[in-house]
Design a protein. Structure first.
Lengths: 205, 279
C-alpha cells in the first residue's frame, strides 16, 4: 500500500516535471513522436519529413473544442489545409476514464458524424506525445515544417472563448502561420498562449 | 419553423422578465448593489456574486494554463459607465500537470459604476454574463442579470448586499507599498522577483496578471534571506523577447494581497541597475 502510494506520487512528480521542462520551442526541431491512429497505423514525425504537419489536440467534450466543431471551423481548416498537402493529425491525450478518452471506433464515429477531415486521429492515452509537446489545452495547435522544425505553437485563434459566434471575427493563427510559412515567409506570430480546457492527462488531479 | 418561432418567442418572453439571478451547471450568479444614493461622487457599487458547487472553480483574469475569466456586457442608462471587475486574490488550482488561477466557493466581483446622478429616475441596470466553470471537466454558462436602481425597499436584504461588497473590497489587492523595496530581473529562462516586506517569514505566492509570461505550472521557488524574499518564476515558452514591465498580484497566505507593477531589469546588465537598495 505504502509502496503504491509513493510510486503514484513519484509518477505525478515526473509528469509535472516533464511539462515544466523546455520541450517544444518554435524554431527548434519539433519533438519526435510515434503515435498510433484509430486504424492501428503508426505515424512518426521522422516519417513525415518533407510534409507540412499540423497537430491539433482534441477532447470532444470540451466546450472550447465544441465551439470549433459546432461552427464547422475545425472541419473547414482540416479540408482547406489537407487539400494543400498538409498532414493534419488530431491527437487525443485524454487518459483512460477521463473526459475525451475514446476507443478507436468512437473516434472514427465522431469524425464521421462531425464530417471532420483530419489525415488521421492519434490516440495518446498515456499522454506521451502531449507531454513531449507541452500541450496544455484542447485545442492546442502546432505547425511543423517539412524539415521537422516547429514553426507555430499555441492557440487556434485570438478569441479565447466558447462562443461559436466569435469564430467569424477571430484571427486564425494556424492558417496565418501555414500561409506565411508555406510561402517561404517568416511567421509573424509564431507563438501564442493556447486557450481551452486543460488536457485530461493520466496523472489526474 | 413553428418550433423555432415558439422558441424565439419564449426566449423573448424570458428576457423581458428581468431576473436578478442566472444559473448554469454547477454555478449561479446574481447581481447585487450597495444600497443608498449614489451621492455626490456619482458612483454606485455593484457586484456579480457567483456561487459555485464544491470542487468547481471560476477563473481569475489570468486563468493560467487553461480556462478563461467571466465577462459581463453591461447595459446602463446613458452617461453611466461600468468599470472592470475588482478581482479578489486568486488561488493556484492544480489539475494534473497544469495549474490554473481561479476562485472557489462564493466569488464576489465588485464593479464601480460612474456617472450616476444623485437622484436618478428609476432605471434598469443589466449585464449579459458569460462564464466557464471547471472541476476536472469544464462547462460554460451564460445569462442576463438585472436590477432596478435606485433599489426598491423591501425586495431583498440590501444591507447584506452592501456588506458583501464591502467585504469583497476589503480583500481586493492594494498597491505594493512604496517603502517596501521590490524589483524584477529577467534572465534567459526565469524572472527573479525580489521583495522586501515586514514579514519575511511568510511565503508569498505570485500571480502574474498578463497571461503567457510565466510558466504557470512550474513551482515558484521562494528563498528568504534577511528581510528580503526572492521568488524565482520560470518563464513560459511563449514569453515575449522584450518585457518592459511585470505586473502581478502577490498574495500572502492568510494575509493581504498586493498589486505589483515593476520595470523588468535584464540580468545581463551590471551594477547600475541592481535593484532593492536597503531603505
Amino acid at each position: 500500500m505504502t509502496r503504491q502510494t509513493s510510486s503514484l506520487v513519484l509518477g505525478i512528480a515526473l509528469v509535472a516535471a516533464s511539462l515544466t521542462a523546455h520541450a517544444a520551442k518554435v524554431g527548434d526541431p519539433a519533438p519526435a513522436f510515434t503515435g498510433t491512429d484509430t486504424r492501428g497505423t503508426a505515424h512518426t514525425l521522422a516519417g513525415l519529413r518533407g510534409k507540412w504537419v499540423v497537430l491539433e489536440w482534441h477532447n470532444q467534450g470540451c466546450p472550447y473544442v465544441k465551439k470549433h466543431y459546432d461552427s464547422g471551423n475545425m472541419q473547414k481548416l482540416q479540408r482547406e489545409w489537407t487539400s494543400k498537402g498538409v498532414v493534419w493529425l488530431t491527437v487525443i491525450s485524454s487518459a483512460a476514464g477521463k473526459q475525451g478518452h475514446v476507443t478507436p471506433a468512437d473516434a472514427d464515429a465522431y469524425v464521421a458524424a462531425r464530417k471532420a477531415a483530419p489525415t488521421a486521429v492519434l490516440l495518446d492515452p498515456l499522454g506521451t506525445i502531449g507531454l513531449a509537446y507541452e500541450a496544455k489545452t484542447t485545442p492546442h495547435m502546432f505547425v511543423i515544417d517539412p524539415q521537422g522544425r516547429l514553426v507555430y505553437a499555441g492557440a487556434i485563434d485570438d478569441a479565447p472563448t466558447t462562443d461559436t459566434a466569435d469564430v467569424a471575427t477571430a484571427k486564425n493563427y494556424v492558417s496565418a502561420a501555414l500561409t506565411e510559412a508555406m510561402a517561404g515567409k517568416v511567421v509573424t506570430t509564431p507563438s501564442t498562449k493556447a486557450y481551452g480546457c486543460g488536457i485530461k492527462y493520466a496523472s489526474g488531479s | 419553423v413553428a418550433a423555432a418561432l415558439l422558441a424565439s418567442v419564449a426566449a423573448a418572453a424570458a428576457q423581458s422578465v428581468q431576473s436578478r439571478q442566472a444559473s448554469g451547471p454547477h454555478a449561479r450568479v446574481e447581481l447585487i448593489a450597495a444600497p443608498g444614493p449614489a451621492g455626490r461622487s456619482g458612483e454606485l457599487a455593484l457586484a456579480l456574486r457567483f456561487r459555485l458547487d464544491p470542487g468547481w472553480h471560476l477563473y481569475w483574469r489570468n486563468p493560467g494554463d487553461s480556462g478563461g475569466p467571466p465577462t459581463a456586457r453591461w447595459v446602463l442608462p446613458p452617461g453611466w459607465r461600468a468599470g472592470e471587475f475588482e478581482w479578489p486574490p486568486p488561488e493556484r488550482i492544480q489539475l494534473g500537470p497544469l495549474v490554473n488561477y481561479g476562485h472557489t466557493g462564493e466569488v464576489t466581483l465588485p464593479v464601480r459604476v460612474t456617472g450616476v446622478p444623485a437622484r436618478p429616475a428609476p432605471a434598469t441596470i443589466s449585464a449579459e454574463v458569460r462564464w466557464i466553470v471547471c472541476e476536472e471537466i469544464c462547462v460554460p454558462g451564460r445569462g442576463t442579470v438585472a436590477i432596478t436602481w435606485p433599489l426598491v425597499a423591501g425586495a431583498a436584504d440590501h444591507a447584506a448586499w452592501g456588506a458583501a461588497i464591502a467585504a469583497a473590497r476589503a480583500r481586493t489587492p492594494v498597491a505594493w507599498p512604496r517603502d517596501w523595496p521590490a524589483g524584477v530581473r529577467r534572465s534567459a529562462d526565469r524572472l527573479d522577483v525580489q521583495l522586501t516586506h515586514p514579514e519575511p517569514r511568510r511565503r508569498p505566492v505570485v500571480f502574474p496578471v498578463d497571461p503567457g509570461i510565466v510558466n504557470d505550472a512550474a513551482p515558484q521557488v521562494v528563498e528568504a534571506s534577511g528581510a528580503a524574499t526572492l521568488i524565482r518564476l520560470a518563464l513560459s515558452g511563449e514569453a515575449p523577447p522584450m518585457l518592459a514591465r511585470f505586473r502581478a498580484v502577490v498574495v500572502f497566505p492568510e494575509g493581504r494581497a498586493y498589486e505589483l507593477d515593476l520595470p523588468v531589469r535584464s540580468a545581463n546588465r551590471t551594477s547600475t541597475t541592481t535593484p532593492t537598495p536597503r531603505s
